[in-house]
Design a protein around this ligand. Sequence first.
Ligand code: OAD
Length: 258
Amino acid sequence: MMNNDNDYASAAQLLRNARHVVILTGAGISAQSGIPTFRDALTGFWKSFDPQQLATAAAFRDNPALVWGWYEWRRQLVKQARPNAAHHALVALSRRVPHVTVITQNVDDLHERAGSTEVVHLHGNINRPRCFACARGYDAVPCDTGELNGGPQEPPRCLRCNGRIRPGVVWFGEPLPQAELRLALKAAKICDLLISIGTSGVVYPAATLPGLARDHGAAVVHINTDSIEVQTDLLLQGSADACLIRLLALAFGNTAIN
Ligand code: OAD
């Protein structure tokens, strides 16, 4: 018996009994797909890049080419990445539980490409830019250069007002998209289990969701490679893919992930 067998057994029991599960994901779930996290030592984006120079409206105003080029590099990384076993396991999970809401802080589309539907993107979507001046939204990046060099690139211009097009992500100091935030808060209040996967839980308001769910009577399970502080919640420590596969097999049998 491994020493966390009891935690897995408890989490599997919670999952089997759940009617509405909220899945809250962070950068850790996409790490196995080759997309860096933000705060992991050595590999995290914010270890090599200054968010104040790249992820604020002021930075875009000061140096739009630098900011646009950096996000284009990240968008190309996402484009070349593939959903991993953790993204696929969540699709399998959604077939076993009456109601699943996937809420992600990630701006990639790996949940959708794995087959998850109705993903709530709390921090925006890197494939959906909008005009910095008039806010017109775009379903794709106009003039996709396909380049993965991270160098400065002039942002494309808006077809409506000729303003600069900005990445469709939430920057520091900006509010979250209100409709998505409302959906997330509501789901956290009514779910009976929230599983938080691959997030450091330091960025608000996303970080309030586990506590909100707990305060409304839900159980909370964290999946993380790190030994994060989880108070009264359960922690399954390990990589998201391995943890989810083990959890689903325990809850629903070995065929659950097929
Ligand atoms: P972080 O980089 O802060 O945290 C990633 C978490 O994933 C850490 O706790 C890691 O221990 C864990 N982790 C790493 N690899 C993992 C794996 N294979 N399996 C499971 N866990 C793993 O990323 P987020 O919490 O997503 O915001 O960061 C939140 C927000 O901060 C991001 O959405 C972004 C950033 O600034 C904006 O850009 C608005």
